[in-house]
Write a protein that binds this ligand. Structure first.
Ligand code: F6R
Length: 256
């Protein structure tokens, strides 16, 4: 399904590294530079396996005294519905384990979606309002689903979508199952920032590594823009930096 084929596409910056470790280290440096220059930056953060090394490097930088995040604001992309922040499989718990508990982000400036909300629609509206009040995201870190999703904007998502409740696809339920710590199955619903929320960010960093991501990377970067591969919506943004390892870049005609 094509969307808005008349849209003028922009040239993303593509950085290809020999290994996933190199790519993650480069992303960490990019974020550190941003926060050193703009300590009050609003950061959009992702969960998943890919950014774990990035967060480890940010923690190191805080411990070395190279940076402080105490003035920064964060917004996470998404959360499973039905999981309280105390549940080890919630994205809130992931963020605490992988970043917040070991660094110096101020609790009052960390924004997370409440997966335990009794009214998910109301929670989505609350989060959208917080995003708006923040003045917008300066730097959004993204990962890419093997099916091309960004955040939990699954194939079929609209370019104009905003924070909302979504059904996860079979691909995503399958892809995320091995990462579960306690649950047997991935929750079927989530709340996610929308495509339009992501595209509102002033800068986007996409980190994708591993052969499993190669096809989605290729479809996102080579187009055509299509709701079938939400990563291709990033072609609309004027300030996107792709950080890839050689495996994820392996299907690209032009490897940057
Ligand atoms: C997570 C998120 C997802 C992941 C994507 C890749 O907050 O929004 O879009 O970025 O599923 O996940 P990993 O890194 O586990 O391959």
């Amino acid at each position: 399904m094509m969307t808005d084929p008349s849209f003028e596409h922009c040239q993303p910056t593509i950085h290809v590294f020999p290994t996933a470790t190199d790519a993650a280290d480069a992303v960490a440096l990019h974020i550190l530079e941003k926060v050193k220059d703009h300590p009050k930056a609003v950061l959009g953060l992702a969960t998943g396996q890919t950014p774990r090394r990035v967060y480890a490097r940010l923690i190191e930088a805080v411990h070395n005294g190279a940076v402080s995040f105490d003035q920064a604001t964060t917004f996470n992309l998404d959360e499973y519905c039905g999981l309280p922040a105390t549940h080890p499989d919630s994205f809130a718990a992931f963020m605490r384990r992988e970043l917040f508990d070991q660094s110096d982000f101020a609790d009052s400036r960390v924004n997370l979606i409440d997966g335990s909300a009794t009214d998910n629609q109301a929670e989505a509206r609350r989060y959208a309002q917080c995003l708006q009040t923040s003045g917008g995201i300066d730097l959004q870190l993204l990962g890419l689903g093997t099916n091309g999703h960004i955040g939990f904007n699954e194939p079929g998502s609209d370019a104009g979508s905003r924070v909302r409740v979504v059904d996860l696809t079979e691909d995503t339920l399958e892809a995320n199952r091995p990462t579960l710590l306690q649950l047997d199955a991935v929750p079927g619903k989530a709340i996610t920032m929308g495509i339009a929320d992501i595209l509102d960010a002033r800068k986007i960093i996409m980190l994708a590594t591993g052969e499993a991501k190669a096809e989605a990377v290729c479809r996102s970067l080579e187009g055509p823009e299509s709701a079938d591969c939400p990563g291709s919506y990033l072609l609309r943004h004027r300030n996107v930096h792709w950080y890839l390892d050689a495996d994820a870049a392996s299907l690209l005609a032009d490897r940057g």
